[in-house]
Write a protein that binds this ligand. Sequence first.
Ligand code: BMA
Length: 303
Amino acid sequence: MKHLDQIFVRYKDNPILEKDDIPYPANTVFNPAACKYKDYIYLLLRVEDRMGISHLTLARSKDGFNFEVDKNPFMYPGEDPYFSIYEEYGIEDARITQFSDGVYYIMYVVHSAFSPRIGIAKTNDFKKVKRLEIISEPSTKDGVLFSEKIKGEYVRLDRPDDENIWISYSPDLKYWGKSKVLLYPREGKWDAQKIGAGPPPIKTERGWLLIYHGVRMTAAGRLYRVGVGLLDLENPEKVLGVNDGFLLGPKENYERIGDVGNVVFPTGVVIEGDELIMYYGAADSCVCAATAKLSDLIDICLA
Ligand code: BMA
C-alpha cells in the first residue's frame, strides 16, 4: 500500500488560479466547487473582494488544470430580502452536486450578522441559477448534498456545532430533519479540534467516499488538513472506515502563506474512471489541484 504522503499528488503548476486570474478586481480566490458539464470541467470559485465580502464566479477548463474565469460573477449575495438579510456578509465555499436528471444543486455558506448558515440553489445550464432556500439554522458550514436520494430522501452533511459532521434528511430539499452526529474530531490526533465535509460524497461500488478537512489547534494557530472516510452505500450513517492519518497538509509555500496561512481546504472533486482531481483552497488565497486514485483512497479507509 502507498505511503499516506504519496496518495495525493499536487499538480505541478499549482496554484491553478490566483487573484490576478480574476478578470476584475479581487482580493483573493479560493475554496472552489467543481463538476463536469458538457465537455468542460467547471469550478465555482469563492472570490473575495476588498471589502471582505465573497461571491461565486465560474471558471471553465477542458483539461481540469488550465481554467478561464468568467468576466462576471455567477452569484452575488442575494438582493431579494428573503435571502439578503442572511447573505449580507457574503456567500462562500460552494459545493456542487450533480443529479442524474441533469440538475446541479449548489450548497453554499451564507454569512451575515446572524452567523453562517447553508443556502441551496440549482442550475441546469450554468447560465441561470435559482435560489431555493436557506436550509439550516445558525451556525453551520460545510453543507454537502449526496448525489441521489437514499430510501426516498435527500441526504446532506454539515457542521452545525462547529465541531462534528452531522447527517440530515429531507423529502423536498426545503425541510430537513432526523439529524444525527456522524463523525467526530479525534482527541489528540491531527483532526482533534473540528472536522467538516469537503466535496460532496463520491458514490463508489464500495461506499460513499468522503473527503473531509480536519483542524488541529497549534501554538501557531489552526492547521487545516485533508482526510478520508467511507460510508455505507445504503445507510450512510454506518461508517465503514476513516483513515487515521491525514493525506494532504500545508507544505508548499502557497499553502503555508496567505490571508490565512497553513490551510488546505478541499471543496471540489471530479472523477474520470479511477482517477480523481481534487480542488482545494490554499491559505485562503489561491486555488490548487491534486490528483489521486479512487481505489487508493478507498483502500486506506478500510485498511
Ligand atoms: C473555515 C471556512 C473556510 C476557510 C477556513 C480557513 O472555517 O471559513 O472558508 O477556508 O476556515 O480560514
